[in-house]
Unconditional design. Sequence first.
Length: 345
Amino acid sequence: MTMKTIAELAQVSPATVSRTFHSPHLVDAKTRNLIMSIAEEHQYVYNATAANLSRKQSTIIGVLLPHANRSFFGTSLIAIQDKAQENGYAVIIGNTKYDKNTEKLLIEQFMQHQVAGMILTGCHPDNEDYIHDLIDKGTPCVFTWETFRNGNFSYVGFDNHSAAFKMTEYLIGLGHRRIGLLIGPYFKSSRISARFEGYKAALKKHNIAFDQSIVITRVPSLIEGREATKSLVGLSDRPTAIFAASDSLAIGALTAVKDKGLKVPEDISIAGFDNVEFASHCDPPLTTVQVPAMDMGHRAMETLLDIIGSGVDKVRRYDLETDLIIRDSCLPLQLSIKRGGNQKT
């Protein structure tokens, strides 16, 4: 079975059959469904690699993530993949693990595979110049999950500094002044660094001294959040509230507080960041920051396709909104004290 045979059976041109496989959005639905039905009936497998070589145009998109197994990044990844498939593109994924050398190696491998473009969930600060050069040389790139004010980076993101500032200020507004912070490796990511700076800016605005001893840096995961929180609640002057700059860390923190025989929010208020699907099903339901993960994925892919299709290197920037999702894991400090909370154990 060949494309020519499928074309004869469908009574269309071979070019239409080819377009159905590499750019299905350009073929009307009735014709596309007929061609795909014939191909499936005859077990025809499209050779995308050969087609890319003959057309001298790639249909592969490279996507870089810190950790693809994190639910918050996974939501964006699903959106990217769906939009890519709608337009005849395939997605390959690289996990940087927040390591600058791994990140650069993955980008080099993407380039060796002649990807049509890349979507990057931020980047290590040491690799920014390298990526700038790639863009200047014509490689379409779109960043997501953060924003850039300088240079030639196109992005679909949100203000991490502002989001972290708002959550910290919310806790301060509840009367908390000793607020612990659980955060990812902020020295390896400008996105995480912005959240760290947002936390500190809120403290400064309200004349609260920054205390490095109640800031713990861990790669976001449930177990890391639990272990880090054990250290905080073990302090003689433990925090009355904990802001975890990732829901994975926050949910781990909930477990650690309960393990110590304490209660959330009566003894310690806990707030997260991301609003992952299970945040509303925690006990108690988690107060957190709503991040537009699905929208970012869709828009990032649409933006990349626009850059690829137009061939115009104009910088495209989209700033999305975040919201505080107030649930039951935080209490005003005075109300907590009245309920008998915040007693040292």
